[in-house]
Design a protein around this ligand. Sequence first.
Ligand code: V47
Ligand code: SF4
Length: 406
Amino acid sequence: MFVEAGHDARHSLLMVSSYLGCLKTETRLLLPMTLAANRPEFCSIRSKVEAGQRLSREEGEFLFRPEVDLHALGQLADLVRRRKNGNAAYYNLNAHLNPTNACIYRCPLCAYSRDADDPTAYVMGRDAILARGQEAVESGSTELHIVGGLHPTKDFSWYRSILSDLHGAYPTLHLKAWTPVEIAWFAQSTGRTVRDILEELIGAGLGSMPGGGAEIFDPEIRARIAPRKADAQTWLAVHRTAHGLRLRTNATMLYGHIENPRHRVDHLLRLRELQDETGGFLAFIPLAFHPDGTQLADRVAHPPTAMDDLRTVAVARLLLDNFDHIKAYWISLGVPTAQVALGYGADDLDGTVRYEKIHHDAGSKAPEILSVEELEALIHEAGFVPVERDTLYRRVRRHGSQWEAE
Ligand code: V47
Ligand code: SF4
């Protein structure tokens, strides 16, 4: 009751403040600077969003300006979020699997990877991998999220057999695996096409692809944070090919390092363009950069602030008008910010998650796991209705660890 009243009151205040922002000039002069400064551009953006019109690059860049009132922006993003997903806020039951942390690329942004001869490098064996699948199924997970390093001596067949072993043993567990970084490397190392590689992986049990490896598409920034990774064109081309094979995928953006708002908007618009073409993306996930243990730690002292996180979620919701879902990944944003992000454009908290290493190795203070009860309580408290989904956003009917998608 208290929460609902608080939520309503906040929305009333936001409506009043954004209405005041659209008053005549003489009235505006009496208002605080933040509202007055952004009045004409913000009102025009607001009218476009209300009319369901697409925002431009310049408007996206404008929304990142600090004088644009974050809460009025959040209210606008919430309008779009409710249009697309009503009062629902999604979560799923999932676990992560990172079969190896040995990686030939050793990206400056990464705290997780190791050289193969490092004493802390590891490679999981078949039994350990299957045990993860069994644990996931027994705990009711619907999805295993599988990514890892590019091991110098493990070939494509090793990566493919991770999928075929798990799929053979646990056919109901959705395998969301490998990014264009791995797929492009498999194609390069085998001399085969991306399409051929993807077809073989789908045959082995690949259910969808996660959104990782996108980082920031701008070539100058990418060259400094992940110089050896597949470039933007390759990342987008792999997703285009996957969508052509009816494989659904996600998209991410890593922000809060050395990029600026212009790079973020450019990244979002390249995703929007591909989504116009294929319609194959399920969700967009903004990933806050965590610097600890990375080669960028000298330049970037902290993860982005909560204000920056919420602004990024809201602008993404407004620019990505052809994406159904925006995830507030609680491992990356932290639980409190992810919860608030549900009112700033996000409609999904991602999952229960266990065994996440990439963000925790880089300093994420988020817990290792959240229970269904905790996720549902967070969603209720934020004023939304919790809905368990599977990877493809079908509603899940659950009976203990047994489940079926609607
Ligand atoms: O590709 C790497 C990023 C990604 C750091 O598709 C870092 O449902 C922050 O893609 N600080 C992996 N981020 C995670 C990912 C993801 C997560 C949740 C859901 C989905 C989905 C995808 O994490 C990497 C990279 O972009 N990353 N290092 C770091 N230091
Ligand atoms: Fe390897 Fe991925 Fe880490 Fe880059 S971000 S070093 S590709 S594991």
